[in-house]
Design a protein. Structure first.
Length: 314
């Protein structure tokens, strides 16, 4: 059974939503901590709305229940309603749900304005960080994209808590974690730290962030322009889609370079193709570092990478 804890939906729509969630629970379709997105028909002006829903338990209450074996663990289902495009942000919303602090004994609500602030601000806190970072950095966003791709450590100074979290989330969303082998990313991080001896610094003490120890390339500058051009619409879903396309293109370039390197182990013309690709793709500096780390234990490929490094230096 479901008991209503908090909502700002009209009564009829809330009943319909509760019925929808009950059916999903009955089918065993809600897994702990893993959100889903579905279109639901409710008695509100829109024809259909996108509904993100997630079942979760609070960690602090879990600890209490573990200590007191007789205590039952309260479970919650949280629902956020909006545009159907929210599927783009499912992972962010999963993390947001896990950070919620639900008071198990809430007063009876008398108006919509009484909804728990953590629940009410879900859109602003979970979906808008990328948009806010784009507006804050503008053309300097290229440096942030470069740091995320190259796994360069970033240090933020004199920023308020929300801005610091926004920058951290943007770097995590723009990086290749989960798309490139974990060992590669760890080795790349170590290599970048040793090479630069210091992090990229972002100083937010003034109206515009000041950056030092930065790096950039043509690839990141081109994608920065795509973000800046999209800023006029102010749609967080558009920014997220641009970011996903940015990462997809980076992964495609890495895979193409790996294929060329395999061919170049036996073919000098393929070695020249490798060089042309690195020269023209706009992100040769980063791609070469990534494949160097990945091929460190492969003598033939490592020799190809060494030759490419010499070509690129010249």
């Amino acid at each position: 059974s479901l008991s209503l804890l908090d909502t700002n939906l009209p009564a009829e729509a809330e009943t319909e939503l509760r019925s929808f969630i009950s059916r999903r629970l009955t089918k065993g379709a809600l897994f702990e901590g893993m959100g889903n997105v579905a279109s639901v028909e409710l008695s509100i002006p829109e024809y259909k709305v996108g509904c993100y829903y997630c079942r979760f338990q609070q960690e602090n209450l879990l600890e209490t229940a573990t200590q007191e074996s007789d205590t039952s663990i309260p479970e919650y289902v949280v629902c956020f309603l909006g545009g159907s495009e929210k599927d783009t942000f499912r992972l962010e919303l999963d993390k947001y749900v896990q950070s919620l602090k639900i008071n198990p004994v809430l007063e009876q609500k008398t108006s919509e304005s009484c909804v728990n602030p953590d629940l009410r601000s879900w859109f602003e806190n979970a979906l808008c960080p990328i948009q806010r970072v784009v507006h804050l950095f503008q053309e300097k966003l290229a440096f942030l994209l470069h740091a995320a791709l190259s796994y360069t450590p970033v240090e933020v100074k004199h920023a308020d808590e929300r801005t610091e979290k926004d920058i951290s989330r943007f770097l995590a969303a723009a990086g290749l974690q989960g798309l490139v082998q974990e060992g590669t990313m760890t080795s790349l991080s170590i290599a970048m730290t040793e090479e630069q001896h210091k992090s990229m610094i972002i100083d937010c003490s003034g109206p515009q962030p000041q950056l030092s120890n930065t790096g950039s390339n043509r690839f990141c500058e081109d994608w920065m322009q795509a973000f800046v051009n999209g800023a006029e619409g102010g749609n967080p879903f558009l920014f997220r889609q641009i970011l996903e396309n940015f990462k997809l293109k980076a992964i495609q370039d890495i895979n193409n370079l790996k294929r060329f390197i395999r061919q170049a182990e036996m073919n000098h013309y393929a070695l020249f193709k490798c060089y042309l690709f690195l020269k023209n793709c706009g992100s040769g500096d980063i791609l070469l570092k990534i494949v160097k780390v990945e091929h460190a234990e492969m003598p033939e490929a490592r020799n190809v990478v060494t030759v490419l490094e010499e070509f690129m230096r010249e």
